[in-house]
Design a protein around this ligand. Structure first.
Ligand SMILES: Nc1ncnc2c1ncn2[C@@H]1O[C@H](COP(=O)(O)OP(=O)(O)OP(=O)(O)O)[C@@H](O)[C@H]1O
Ligand SMILES: [Mg+2]
Length: 227
């Protein structure tokens, strides 16, 4: 059974009088515990597709199903619940909250799902430790380097153990060692918790772990490769 199903999805953006077709008829099925990659040149629609799968954006036409439930029909409240409980995002732009420390940024998703303070403390420290930034836990995002911010964003996405993780270029700003560590964490989660990963990446190290690749060009899937 597929955990994600995308039927004939189109996405059109209007910019003044011009229209941009970011996605043009995407059909895709993703099974639970796949570790899959979305590959394509800049502007091909990778981020748009991740945002639509993650219910952050809605398609102009077409349908999206998560666990066989059509998300394109859900209310805003239902979508918020779905995102909180089942989805983790690693954004290309990190989207950290500037007034919160690294610790607090990672803690936030645990507050929204109702974990108590002592549980949160333990889980957050463990997660910060895993991504190697525990010593920067009191730093705010603008007091961190790009790679450190990226690791906070990764910790925040994984801290609730979501069923599906959507990652937009998760290793792009990381040095080789840190990148390898992050790949290991993701792969380990995939193997032990059967977390489904959908990752947009150009990183050859990360690509070598990917089981299935779909190639996007101009908003269309032009090729697919399975290991
Ligand atoms: N909010 C928006 N308004 C208008 N056009 C947009 C918007 N977001 C994306 N686009 C356009 O949609 C197309 C796909 O963009 P998208 O961000 O999905 O590409 P991408 O494959 O993620 O690129 P990159 O590798 O540079 O991150 C591009 O032509 C982009 O200019
Ligand atoms: Mg992008």
């Amino acid at each position: 059974m597929s955990i994600i199903k995308i039927n004939e999805v189109h996405k059109m953006y209007k910019l003044g009088k011009t229209e941009v077709s970011a996605l043009r008829g995407i059909n895709l099925e993703i099974k639970k515990s796949e570790f899959m990659g979305i590959i394509g040149p800049s502007g091909s629609g990778k981020t748009t597709l991740l945002n639509i799968v993650g219910c952050i954006d809605i398609p102009t036409s077409g349908k999206v199903f998560i666990d066989n439930i059509e998300t394109t029909n859900m209310s805003d409240d239902q979508l918020t619940q779905l995102r909180r409980l089942h989805l983790g995002f690693i954004f290309q732009s990190f989207n950290l909250i500037p007034v919160l420390s690294a610790f607090e940024n990672v803690e936030l998703p645990l507050i929204t799902i109702g974990k108590n303070k002592s549980e949160r403390e333990k889980i957050v420290i463990e997660m910060l430790n895993k991504v190697g930034i525990e010593e920067f836990k009191n730093h705010k995002p603008d007091e961190l380097s790009g790679g450190q911010r990226q690791r906070v964003a990764i910790a925040r996405a994984l801290v609730t153990n979501p069923a599906i993780v959507l990652a937009d270029e998760p290793t792009a700003n990381l040095d080789t060692n840190t990148g390898n560590k992050i790949i290991e964490i993701m792969k380990h989660m995939n193997e032990t918790l059967h977390t489904t990963f959908i990752i947009s990446t150009h990183d050859p190290r990360l690509l070598s772990f990917i089981d299935r690749k779909i190639f996007l060009e101009d908003g269309k899937i032009v090729k697919e490769e399975t290991k």
